[in-house]
Design a protein around this ligand. Structure first.
Ligand SMILES: [Zn+2]
Ligand SMILES: [Zn+2]
Length: 194
């Protein structure tokens, strides 16, 4: 099977292999922000277990975004294993709230997802995983030297020769980057206000 929509009639207790590649834009819910990934590959097996359906799959793709330091392309690979459980008797999962966020309580990912209609549509689960795994930072390489603050030259291609003492500035930049990381971490850890 090569689609993210698997007909329920094709799912047996013996396990059915599937291997699908889908454009990520096609999985996006209406009010969600786009993700910087073109295509995702979803491959695994889908198995009927009693009145539930288990999906064990591997998700692979590349987040592609401008490098935070040098603006060249940064490619962050995604390669994760997932296990999803579906049930025809499962309640609907909560809809996105007014801010377009889906409120997921910590234990919710373990609840079975509902099966609607005659197909098992993996698209919503795939989108959720891709959105959750989106990198917070993009660097083309851990050793990326970024841009010269004076002339804007890409320092990965060598010194720019504009006279700025880059070694010294590297230290400053590292200190600032650490500070920025710290601030970002603090912001992320801060509980969201009700
Ligand atoms: Zn870079
Ligand atoms: Zn320069």
């Amino acid at each position: 099977m090569d689609s993210l929509k698997i007909p329920l009639s094709a799912i047996t207790e013996h396990g059915e292999p599937f291997d699908a590649a889908a454009p990520v834009a096609g999985l996006r819910p209406e009010d969600a922000a786009a993700l910087p990934m073109a295509k995702v590959r979803v491959a695994g097996t889908v198995t009927r277990v009693g009145d539930q359906v288990l999906v064990k799959a591997r998700l692979q793709g590349d987040y592609v975004h401008a490098c935070d330091r040098c603006l060249e392309e940064a490619r962050i690979p995604l390669d994760i294993e997932v296990l999803w459980c579906y049930s025809e008797s499962a309640p609907q999962r909560p809809e996105a709230n007014a801010d377009g966020e889906i409120e997921i309580s910590p234990d919710e990912p373990d609840l079975p997802r509902p099966i609607v209609g005659n197909d098992l549509d993996l698209a919503p689960a795939v989108w959720e995983e891709l959105a959750l795994a989106t990198p917070l930072k993009y660097v083309c390489s851990e050793t990326c030297r970024g841009l010269c603050p004076r002339c804007g030259a890409n320092l990965n291609q060598g010194a720019c020769g504009c006279g700025v003492a880059h070694d010294h500035e590297d230290e400053d930049r590292k200190a600032f980057a650490k500070l920025a990381d710290l601030i970002q971490d603090t912001m992320e850890k801060r509980p969201t206000e009700e």
